[in-house]
Design a protein around this ligand. Structure first.
Ligand code: ADP
Ligand code: 5GP
Length: 188
């Protein structure tokens, strides 16, 4: 049975939105809370949205081997904590990792059995509009994320599944279908 699902793709493409909808459809799915050195956005909570760490604490956890994967993204560090993943897997629950593309590539190397889904925007302009409309990032941060997205989008073919998030309901249905199929598959 597939137990780890990696949802990746550029910032603003709709990963968080799709995962919220996926988890309403399949409540047994757990979401691994990542660690990051970026500042909390308004309304974000330590331990619920992220484990917000300073640079020293993050570096220490890297040295101590506490990350399954970690990456620098647009000048900040992000990583999946082994303790988070193991806690959910020990409960026998399937787990979703919402991570950027370098981290997803690392997981492919270390956990080839994980199911990887790349979420792509219908166009670059749509991606920019979503980041602008979301209103969570300053213009320079948005510019940086869009720059990074060009390299990320070139890697989309390397993933097990590709979902173009154009119509949100259709994209949600595809994601739920992929995860439901994999959860129902006997282990090999
Ligand atoms: P990510 O987690 O990938 O950074 P979000 O889930 O935060 O992206 O989505 C970015 C913005 O785009 C949000 O404001 C969200 O409501 C919007 N959005 C998500 N999916 C769609 C879609 N299919 N069509 C239009 N807007 C969307
Ligand atoms: P944000 O700052 O918008 O919350 O996240 C920026 C990017 O970092 C997003 O693409 C998000 O998926 C990614 N991200 C979040 N957590 C992790 C993580 O644990 N590891 C990696 N590699 N990327 C992450």
């Amino acid at each position: 049975m597939a137990r780890v699902f990696v949802i990746t793709g550029p910032s603003g493409v709709g990963k968080g939105t799709l995962i919220r909808r996926l988890r309403s459809a399949l409540p047994e799915l757990r979401l691994s809370v990542s660690a990051t050195t970026r500042a909390p956005r308004e309304g974000e909570e330590h331990g619920r949205d992220y484990w917000f760490l300073d640079e020293d604490a993050f570096a220490r956890q890297v040295r101590d081997g506490e990350f399954v994967e970690h990456a620098e993204y647009a000048g900040r560090r992000y990583g999946t904590l082994r303790s988070e993943l193991d806690r959910h897997l020990a409960d026998g629950a399937p787990v979703v990792l919402e991570i950027e593309v370098q981290g997803a590539q690392q997981v492919r190397g270390t956990m080839p059995e994980a199911v990887q889904v790349f979420v792509a925007p219908p166009s670059f302009d749509a991606l920019r509009e979503r980041l602008e409309r979301r209103g969570t990032d300053d213009p320079d941060v948005i510019r940086r994320r869009l720059d990074v997205s060009l390299g990320e989008l070139r890697q989309q073919e390397q993933f097990d599944h590709l979902i173009v998030n154009d119509d949100l309901d259709a994209a949600t249905a595809r994601l739920v279908g992929i995860v439901r199929d994999e959860i129902g598959r006997p282990s090999s």
